[in-house]
Design a protein around this ligand. Structure first.
Ligand SMILES: Cc1cc2nc3c(=O)[nH]c(=O)nc-3n(C[C@H](O)[C@H](O)[C@H](O)COP(=O)(O)OP(=O)(O)OC[C@H]3O[C@@H](n4cnc5c(N)ncnc54)[C@H](O)[C@@H]3O)c2cc1C
Length: 446
């Protein structure tokens, strides 16, 4: 039985789902609000070069993503490089890229380092993090790493990544990060190895979009969905009043958008969706003449620095792609109430570049060729205490024919493209089952 399926949201999740549903014979339409598809993976132009708005890397263990790239014929366009990680603590730079760096890491004494190593090994060895959902992240880290390391390293990192939201975040959050990064260092020398597709995610999105259109998927961009409601069909009403009709609709947008555009959800569903706490991000792309320190990521614990992460993309991507220049990202993770979320681009740019000059004696503002700001509000659903029991949004809704599949349903993992694509693969059998069943209220209530 062929169903007419509407997918709201043309990010990697919506587009991957579209590919799978089309392969199963359904008539699929993707409705995307932005002028082009891609969502968080979209690119922008910076000083005459095009690259991702937000920094992205592929890890060697991203098996589901690598399989998708292979299906799209992009395996030969993957580049892998050893990379380095930096730490900026008390105004000093430290490399934390090899076991030797770790042994030398001056901010911690030998015993503290041993406990930190134990924390990392313990997290890396645990396969399922759900049992950690009931433990506050701070409590767990202090228990395993000790109070000194917690105060000196972990707490500043938690505050910089999560702001005050760290208090309601569970240990499953840090477990999933440690595990992912540890596995990126799978080689015998424990060196980190990261990858990217030549041309960045713009290349992946172009290929995926062309592939979908070739297979007969309709992609409509510039369609901001204002309401999804059940009449004889599922009606999707765009902001301009146009109505699109389907047998089934899958919402891949963030949870607050689901609650807003689906007024028929009942009170219990709304309450649950309201439990999901998101972090957003403000992220400045900087094209500059000179490289910085050569670390892919620098973690920052000093609280006077207004951004929480420096990513030197050209420590991974060939500088030739940027005319011999360097591409940096300066990112600050923000909650909805963080004043930085509403500051203007010019003000943030001035503060960020000023701080960068203080951090890197070799960096000068007059080396900057171009800057560009990117922002996103509902990026990462935090693993709050007892997330699976209290907040995790279900696939089905009480509105017949309306399903939800979004990254707030990632448990046991961090937010990344591999986990996002894996969500599709994991839920596909159930979604296909629902598309071929009639969307009666009884079914939808399951
Ligand atoms: C700063 C940053 C760094 C990251 N680094 C990495 C990394 O190194 N490696 C990695 O693997 N992953 C990384 N990620 C995560 C990765 O970007 C996400 O996992 C992935 O892009 C999520 O895709 P999605 O389709 O679920 O969501 P989105 O890309 O958010 O897609 C949702 C889509 O819905 C659309 N939409 C919203 N409302 C409406 C509406 N009303 N009507 C119609 N459409 C609507 C949006 O425009 C958007 O296109 C990073 C993300 C960020 C922000």
């Amino acid at each position: 039985m062929t169903a007419r399926v509407g997918i709201v949201g043309g990010g990697i999740l919506g587009m991957t789902l579209a590919r799978r549903l089309r392969a199963a014979g359904h008539a699929v339409t993707v409705l995307e609000a932005a002028p082009s598809a891609g969502g968080l993976l979209a690119s922008h132009e910076l000083g005459g070069h095009r690259w991702d708005k937000f920094y992205h890397v592929v890890l060697p263990q991203d098996e589901t993503l690598l399989a998708l790239l292979d299906e799209l014929g992009l395996t030969s366009e993957l580049e892998w490089r050893p990379t380095r990680t930096g730490f900026f603590v008390d105004g000093q730079w430290h490399s934390l890229s090899t076991s030797w760096d770790y042994l030398r890491f001056p901010p911690l004494g030998l015993l503290d380092k041993a406990r930190l190593a134990l924390t990392i090994l313990r997290a890396a060895a645990q396969r399922d993090g759900r049992s950690l959902e009931s433990i506050p992240v701070g409590e767990w880290l202090e228990r395993w790493s000790g109070t000194a390391t917690y105060r000196r390293i972990w707490l500043p990192l938690l505050k910089s990544k999560l702001g005050d939201n760290y208090r309601q975040t569970s240990a499953a959050f840090i477990w999933s990060y440690i595990r992912r990064l540890y596995r990126a260092r799978a080689s015998a020398d424990k060196r980190e190895r990261l990858g990217y597709v030549r041309g960045g995610y713009a290349r992946v999105l172009d290929r995926l979009e062309a592939d979908l259109r070739e297979r007969g998927v309709t992609i409509q961009v510039g369609v901001r969905v204002a309401e999804v409601r059940r009449r004889d069909d599922v009606e999707v009403v765009a902001e301009d009043g146009t109505i699109h009709r389907f047998d089934h609709v899958v919402l891949t947008v963030p949870t607050p958008v689901v609650a807003r555009i689906c007024p028929a959800l009942d009170a219990a569903e709304r309450a649950r969706l309201g439990q999901v706490v998101y972090q957003g991000v403000v992220c400045l792309s900087v094209l500059t003449r000179e490289p910085l320190a050569g670390y892919y990521v620098t973690n920052i614990t000093d609280d006077w620095v207004p951004f929480t992460t420096v990513v030197e993309m050209t420590s991974l991507v060939d500088r030739a792609h940027f005319g011999g220049n360097s591409l940096l990202y300066l990112a600050r993770y923000v909650s909805r109430t963080d004043p930085w979320a509403t500051r203007g681009d010019a003000e943030i740019t001035t503060e960020f570049l000023g701080a960068l000059e203080r951090m890197y004696p070799g960096f000068r503002r007059d080396q900057v060729l171009a800057t560009r700001m990117a922002r996103a509000t509902d990026v990462q659903a935090l693993s709050t205490i007892d997330y699976s029991a209290t907040a995790l949004p279900p696939l089905t809704t009480s509105v017949p024919g309306v399903l939800v599949l979004n990254t707030a349903q990632i448990v046991n993992g961090t937010l990344n493209v591999n986990e996002t694509v894996s969500l599709v693969e994991r839920h596909l059998p159930e979604i296909l089952g629902r598309l071929t069943a009639s969307p009666t209220p009884a079914l939808a209530a399951v």
